[in-house]
Design a protein around this ligand. Sequence first.
Ligand code: HEC
Length: 165
Amino acid sequence: MKKIIPILFVVALISCNKQSDQIQALQKRVDSLEKKVAESYKPGFGEFMSGIQVHHNKLWFAGQNENWKLADFEIHEIMEAIVNIKKYQKDRKESEMIDMLNPALDNLDIAIEKQDPKLFKNSFISLTNTCNTCHRKTEFEFNVVKIPDQPPLSNQDFRNQLEKK
Ligand code: HEC
């Protein structure tokens, strides 16, 4: 019996050491994963805005061409960017204000659903004004958005292809 106790003690010590080795290994893994997450790429606020800029432009030409399916697609791209700004740019205080676009977007959504060019135009003007309101409020007033004169790229046809056939 006298011999057994020290043996048990040694066994307990070994298993204890093993456990702390395992904990250390796990901690190392957690640290490296945390580093990976912190370093993983996420688009910046300005990149989301550049995306919104393109869809804002395409939305206008889709509406002008009464290509309602394309308009519906473009408006949803803007809505998706808003969701992503709130998800990936939580730290920017401007993100708290991004929902100010919703009333104009909702009206545009109705215009597209009703296929109503007049409501579309008025709601688009109000959307564009809201872009600038936020730019002014966030001291980015030098970034002025307007109703576009031209599509952003020449390799897209905004006419309703389905109707042409
Ligand atoms: C919540 C406020 C807010 C709203 C609403 C908003 N913006 Fe912005 N926008 C910003 C801020 C802040 C920046 C500067 C981003 C940065 O730090 O790079 C910006 C930058 C931009 C830029 C410059 C991007 C670049 O890097 O060149 C464009 C273009 C732009 N916005 C377009 C729009 C359009 C179009 C709308 C409306 C559909 C809009 N914005 C609505 C806050 C807003």
